[in-house]
Write a protein that binds this ligand. Sequence first.
Ligand code: FRU
Length: 515
Amino acid sequence: MKNTLLIIALAISLIACKKTETKVVQEDPKPFTEAHRPQFHFTPPKMWMNDPNGMVYYKGEYHLFYQYYPDSAVWGPMHWGHAISNDLVHWEHLPIALYPDSLGMIFSGGAVVDEKNTSGLGTANNPPLVAIFTYHNAEMVKQGRNDYQTQGLAYSVDNGRTWTKYEDNPVIKNPGFRDFRDPKFFWHEASKKWILILVAGDHAILYGSKDLKSWTRLSEFGKEYGAHGGVWECPDLFPLTVEGENTTKWIMIVNINPGGPNGGSATQYFVGDFDGQKFTCDTDKSITSWLDYGPDNYAGVTWSNMPDNRTIFFGWMGNWDYAQVVPTDPWRSANTIARELKLTRVNGSLHVRSIIWDGLESLSKGQKQLASLSIKDSLDVSAQIGFPVTTSIVQGEIEAKDFQFVFRNNKGQKVKIGFDSKAKQFFIDRKESGKTDFFPGFTKDITAPRIATTPNLKFTMVLDVSSVEVFFDDGLTVMTAVFFPEEDLSQLKIYSSAGVIKVDSLTVSQLSSIW
Ligand code: FRU
């Protein structure tokens, strides 16, 4: 009898298990297949995302945090969303890492591995991950105060899975600036201390610390340098060695909104030196260098504690002019692909160039190489490759004459990317790209100067359903733009408006989805 009962109980529980399993499978919605959903760029499953935050590599995992509002698909009280990756290509979504508290919402910031446990918040054997971010206190804004942004600290001793806010927050108080935010910090071995950079409206301020908790102001930079068409946001400071030379320079990144070269948000950078105290800029005060000329790469900074000291950049593929009204649902915004930054000398002056993260190649599921082509009027690339270019990398080398790459669909909607040799300018045209009426300026001409002067130019275009990232001349001129066609832009033709144009090489790789 007992045995019979046991068997019946077992059978019931097996059926119950089976039922649950089936239920899970049935309820699992097809993820990430909505209209305009990028297939290999990071996006939150739903709701609003802006800046990437706290990007840090630790024990085989890349931790990506991001400005996140879990209750709506427009900006609101900010949290830090969280995802991890082991290749900077595939992502696993994790629970929210930081929630607003009595000191304020959680704005942008950085994170590091405190390897020597200088903060004392972990142990020598289990060093903590330390994040420093901006607290934005909406109550204090309402009270008409100026000191509503301060810098807070949180730490994790379980590989970033859970975070504890430091009991003595804020670690940097506001000296009286309405804009006082976006800390990014690193260990500076030469001066044996942590260096933190943040922005205060129209300039950057550097701080130093031995323990990540108590900070001393060191210097400031920028009131008279670069672009000032908007507020300075999300800065970064890191060394890069000049390619082919033995010189190391320091690069300061400063995001700015508005005031970008094509309207709204953009990322500028300065090349100079840093002595542990002060950043000195090499370039003339009036010169502005843009990391990306496109309208849709903002708030980007670099990863901390990279295993091989590579400098890897990640941006938010958005523009504050219209990011909150783009026609996507139930999420808004994506990040750029990971990009490696290099410092290179061109005709005597130093430029930061961006190249695509080599790990992206792992997504290639088919590739077609076309060699020694010449374009008289047009070249129908799609007819030759036999697969859609909706999610692809198109790269090669072409004569620097007037050409246009046209990505289109059967509805005649298109994005044009080209070169105007007279103006020595690249352009992206999204006038006929599909849904454009959510923002009047969305169809404006987007242009970027050519920095290289060689007779041929190399190009890499990364297409992902609703975005293109274009790297001309090995990444010396970069343009990122989003678009929203009603059908996939699956076809590619190249047009010449300058007689015959030689294409030395053309490779198209079709990429698979990461989801
Ligand atoms: C940049 C920014 C930051 C701020 C965050 C708020 O896009 O405005 O300056 O910390 O977004 O979400």
